[in-house]
Design a protein around this ligand. Sequence first.
Ligand SMILES: *[C@@H]1O[C@H](CO)[C@@H](O)[C@H](O)[C@H]1NC(C)=O
Ligand SMILES: *[C@@H]1O[C@H](CO)[C@@H](O)[C@H](O)[C@H]1NC(C)=O
Length: 368
Amino acid sequence: MLPAPSLDFKHVSLCLFCPLLGVLPASAPVFPFPPSPTDCVEAHRVCSADLRCEALYRGLERCADQAEVSLLGEQAAAECLERQDALLNKHPALLACKCQRGFRKEEQCLRVYWRVRLLPGEDELEMSPYDDTMMDTRMASLVAASSYMQLDGENQCLKAAQDCGLYEKCGSLRSEYVLACTKRAPGTNRCNQHKCHRALRRFLERVPEEYSLGVLFCPCTNTLCGERRRKTIVPSCSYQEMEGLQPNCLHQQSFCRRDDLCRSRLADFLNNCQPSSVTVSGCLKDSAGLCLRAYAGLIGTIMTPNYISNGSADVSLWCNCEGSGNQWQDCLRLQRMFTHNSCLRECTRLHLSMIFNTTHNNKITNKL
Ligand SMILES: *[C@@H]1O[C@H](CO)[C@@H](O)[C@H](O)[C@H]1NC(C)=O
Ligand SMILES: *[C@@H]1O[C@H](CO)[C@@H](O)[C@H](O)[C@H]1NC(C)=O
């Protein structure tokens, strides 16, 4: 890592030094990708062609199902670990496999990923099920190309929304989620949060990032813009609970962990947005792109974060730490990953004010 430059250049240099973001146009075609890990669906397909492997895998599945219901007894846990060892010795690809965000078989893939890991919660902080070795070239070139852009007084969030509307796929998927998130469920006066979340995930997974991240992280200098940004994800349905009461964050987290998708998106976020005081970007992974993408990945799960007001770029989960008892510190730690996270803050506040030049983005998109 290069030494930290003087403050004046901090904003610009953030972009230049991030591995994902710092790909300059001149060097853009050179992408020395490390080999991608095997996809878990593929790893499992190879395993199931071998009767013994498949039997061990099924055994592990039963372990995971049991563990979900109650804590495994000592003997059961030992048996499960033995099966795991046997499986991984013969088919190490199963432990090294990863998944792709938004792919058709994502849920099937995540299921395999978690079934071969019988680890208790905390270890999830160390890893993400998602494969990020294939850098998104579109995002890299987008960021590099626009790093010289200036933020003027325009309402960037309005601009980002207009740009989305002009691109058919973005406009139609956005209309879909807005409808899903505002329509009242029959016989009630509330929306269907489940449908709203699903439509939001579709939008975020299918629309190119220069549009989707553009509307999520548009830079604002006034409350009119901030209000539009805060309302982007229709927070009255996707973020807040209907009753308006905030649940406990740890309670929400334990719900999240029972769902492969939510659990994966949370692990990805904790992994890619882990703050660090030694990197220039403020992130342990030193990549603002990965952190922003991981944050966006949480939108449409029960751990959906959002801007807390129209006056700042501060974000938070819809939960608090009341009633956490002796787990209060754990709860606070989770909550502060959103409210007091230097990595996330640098990524959302500094980068995107330079990253998104929508005029330029359209040209790049048209070229793809
Ligand atoms: C965005 O990029 C275009 C093309 O490079 C440039 O003409 C325009 O001034 C830029 N806009 C802003 C707000 O910097
Ligand atoms: C910003 O939020 C405040 C507090 O919720 C609200 O009173 C105000 O009308 C909002 N401003 C805009 C421009 O929507």
